[in-house]
Design a protein around this ligand. Structure first.
Ligand SMILES: [Cu+2]
Length: 412
């Protein structure tokens, strides 16, 4: 006497091995094939795991139960003698896979990811590879957004060349893109800063060359209509054109850009957020962000330095619309290369610096006292919409310079 599988992978098998995952609903149909009294009992599955008896050839019954804890069990016929006579098989319950960890793409560029200084060398040709990538990424805790990016990050890679260099730009638009993309370098002199040469269909690649004539810190961005939409979705970055002798050495260089995100849902709404064109045209973003997402430079990737270090921030505004009043709470900029220009002498001793949309600035300061220094746009309503970064400074206190409590949020 045996059980015989009907249908599926067990079809025709004698006492087939049956399996289920932990917590899965199991449904079994028992058909009486030869006319004697039978049943089927799934061991350790409780009353629901035992079928009624079936009498007479062709009689059938159904049972359903939820598979218990993972383990090796048996099923059998409980009519006396039948199990011994061969009506027994294996019932395996496999452990449930661990709950899938939802890993949202972190599209935020780490601020310390800055190319090394170039310093003294002769001008040369520098190849720059940009790939335009559209991807769903983390906008805030529990919130995602469909970003358009250069190289998968917001801002795109920071680029660094020397005045006189020829920059050979290769723009590839990823195969799975939906949109045409391009790039406009503010550091370039020529039609559209390259945008005319680089309108690139998905899966294609275009290139152009420009000579970096003037040193300074410049924005680059996608310039495919509607340009404001492409920028708002994350397509901007900075290129530093170093002067001949480079910039003075500092202990830390950071790369920070401010942007706006125009979502259908209100600020803080969870889930995947759609883009809203009306809010874009009205210049009413739901989110203001440093490096692409809420918390990018505080929770996720705070800036770090030690007491006594000199810090340089390459700061740009992708926008597309709002001017930034860039300020670091608790610090004074020792030097400001205003508007990103390095041909003029830097301003000295500045609290807050205005940075226009599509513009940049280089600020420098020395950190004298440990604690948390908050990067903001001093149009502070925007801090409530995500625009906050943290510079965390470690080291011994210096009561001569600052004598008081040293803790985050201690004002300015
Ligand atoms: Cu684009």
């Amino acid at each position: 006497m045996v059980f015989i599988g009907i249908g599926g992978t067990i079809d025709g098998q004698t006492n087939p091995v049956l399996s289920a995952a932990e917590g899965q609903l199991v449904q079994v149909t028992l058909i009486n094939g030869e006319g004697a009294e039978h049943d089927i009992v799934f061991d350790s599955q409780g009353p629901a795991g035992s079928s009624p008896h079936v009498f007479g050839k062709g009689a059938s019954t159904n049972i359903a139960f939820v598979a218990s804890k993972a383990g090796d069990y048996v099923y059998f016929c409980s009519v006396p003698g039948h199990r011994l006579a061969g009506m027994e098989g294996q019932f395996l319950i496999t452990p449930q896979p661990p709950p899938q960890t939802v890993t949202e793409a972190d599209i935020s560029h780490v601020a310390s990811d800055v190319p090394k200084p170039i310093g003294k060398r002769e001008p040369q040709t520098v190849r720059v590879d940009l790939v335009t990538v559209e991807l769903e990424g983390r906008l805030a805790e529990g919130t995602t957004f469909g970003y358009w990016t250069f190289n998968g990050k917001v801002p795109g890679p920071m680029l660094r060349v020397r005045v006189g260099d020829t920059v050979e730009v290769h723009l590839k638009n990823a195969d799975n893109s939906a949109m045409v993309h391009s790039v406009d370098f503010h550091a370039a002199t020529g039609p559209g800063g390259g945008a005319v040469s680089t309108q690139t269909n998905p899966g294609e690649e275009k290139s152009f060359k420009f000579k970096a004539l003037t040193p300074g810190l410049y924005v680059y961005h996608c310039a495919t209509p509607m340009v404001a939409h492409h920028i708002a979705n994350g397509m901007y970055g900075l290129i530093l054109v170093e002067p001949e002798e480079g910039l003075p050495a500092v202990d830390h260089e950071f790369y920070v850009m401010q942007g706006e995100i125009y979502t259908e849902g209100a600020f803080g709404q969870h889930g995947s957020q759609e883009f809203n064109v009306e809010k874009l045209l009205n210049e009413r973003p739901e989110y203001f962000v440093f490096n692409g997402s809420v918390g990018a430079l505080s929770r996720l990737h705070p800036l770090r330095a030690k007491v006594g270090d000199t810090v340089r921030i390459f700061f740009g505004v992708g926008g597309p619309n709002h001017t930034s009043s860039f300020h670091v709470i608790g610090e004074i900029f020792d030097k400001v290369y205003n508007l990103g220009g390095v041909l003029s002498e830097p301003l000295r001793g500045v609290q807050t610096v205005t940075v226009p949309a599509g513009g940049a600035v280089i600020t420098e300061f020395k950190v004298d006292v440990p604690g948390n220094y908050t990067l903001v746009d001093h149009a502070l309503s925007r801090a409530e919409r995500g625009l906050v970064g943290i510079l965390h400074v470690e080291g011994p206190p210096n009561s001569e310079i600052y004598d008081g409590k040293i803790e985050p949020g201690s004002g300015h």
